[in-house]
Design a protein around this ligand. Structure first.
Ligand SMILES: NC(=O)c1ccc[n+]([C@@H]2O[C@H](COP(=O)([O-])OP(=O)(O)OC[C@H]3O[C@@H](n4cnc5c(N)ncnc54)[C@H](O)[C@@H]3O)[C@@H](O)[C@H]2O)c1
Length: 319
């Protein structure tokens, strides 16, 4: 909103349990910002929104994203991540959107590394229902690029971290549990590795793809900064000056990929992207953000933030 202050930004979001309208309080009053509570599976509502606002670009972040939830119940993942993506891409085509940028994930490649990396030509081999639903969406997008020459880019990033992340995700979960003197569950041996990307570095990557990438291109986004879950939990506890005894090993997640090592040479060379935020600094800032936003964390952890949904229903009538 700050950088593109002559753009009208339409935020179309279903506000599932993962969506929190409070996170947008700072932009809510901006005259170039419009919030619409809507579902990407709802073809009629999407049509109305496209007709009313006539957007030039679409960036699709909407998804069910938590692997553990996908293992327990897959329905919503199939609906939003596959059917929703297909519905959105069809509407984007009908309305001749100049470009659709779809946010995918490193998980579509399945377990890779740490001794090797996969680039954008790598085989899709997802190992959990979330990853499979994202890979299925990537296939539908690929088909639309090839069949209709639809202008689409796909961005596959590694794990994001930073402020406002829902505390079911690993980093805010560790911080939140340590703040509340609760055990920190670590799957299996804790040796599984992830490559962490500060959310604003990912935003800059998406911005570059939106502005400068040729249609049909796919980009991996990674920092080459692999760290085991156990070491990460220990680093967070050290920053918070909390004891390691909070760590509790629990039964491993079924289908738990050991590592996602993706090669991001393409976006670095073609679009000049590189991460700006050093992991140690980003992690420190993130921990500090959660410590400074205890009320936000409590609202989200206790479910109080869901009360806002009633307000939203009155404030944002259906388009
Ligand atoms: N978080 C990560 O580490 C990470 C890493 C790689 C890729 N991704 C991808 O980035 C995107 C955003 O991830 P996130 O972590 O912010 O997710 P999140 O779960 O925190 O938020 C998802 C958002 O999508 C909205 N949504 C869900 N279903 C919808 C629907 N049917 N219609 C409209 N809106 C809907 C929710 O209300 C919420 O605001 C996802 O596509 C995810 O697969 C995330």
């Amino acid at each position: 909103m700050n950088k593109y202050n002559d753009y009208k930004l339409i935020n179309y979001d279903k506000l599932t349990y993962a969506g929190n309208i409070q996170n947008l309080a700072t932009v809510e009053d901006n005259e170039n910002y419009v919030f619409i509570k809507g579902d990407i599976c709802d073809s009629k509502q999407l049509k109305n929104v496209f007709e009313e606002f006539n957007p030039e670009f679409v960036v699709n972040f909407a998804a069910e994203t938590h692997v553990d939830r996908s293992i327990k119940a897959t329905d919503e993942f199939i609906k939003t991540n596959i059917e929703g993506t297909q519905t959105l891409l069809e509407k984007a085509r009908e309305h001749e959107i100049k470009k659709l940028v779809h946010i995918s994930t490193d998980e579509v490649y399945g377990a890779v590394g740490p001794s090797q990396q996969v680039d954008e030509t790598g085989q899709l081999a997802p190992n959990n229902p979330y990853a499979a639903s994202k890979a299925a969406a990537d296939m539908l997008l690929r088909a639309a690029m090839k069949t209709y020459r639809q202008p689409i880019n796909i961005v596959r990033s590694t794990n994001n971290y930073g402020p406002y992340q829902f505390p079911e995700k690993f980093i805010p979960l560790v911080i939140s549990n340590a703040m509340h003197h609760k055990k920190i569950p670590i799957y299996g041996s804790g040796k599984n590795m992830r490559d962490w990307l500060y959310v604003l570095d990912n935003c800059r990557a998406i911005e570059l793809v939106l502005n400068n990438a040729s249609p049909g291109e796919i980009y991996n986004v990674s920092t080459n900064n692999l760290i085991s879950n156990l070491d990460l939990a220990k680093q967070i506890l050290a920053i918070m000056e909390k004891p390691e005894k909070y760590i509790e090993f629990v039964e491993d997640r079924p289908g738990h990929d050991f590592c996602y090592a993706i090669d991001s040479t393409k976006i670095r060379k073609e679009l000049g992207w590189q991460p700006n935020i050093d992991f140690k600094i980003g992690l420190q800032q993130t921990v500090q953000w959660y410590l400074n936003h205890e009320e936000w964390l409590d609202d989200v952890s206790t479910g109080k933030y869901l009360d806002n949904l009633e307000k939203v229903k009155q404030q944002y009538p259906e388009v």
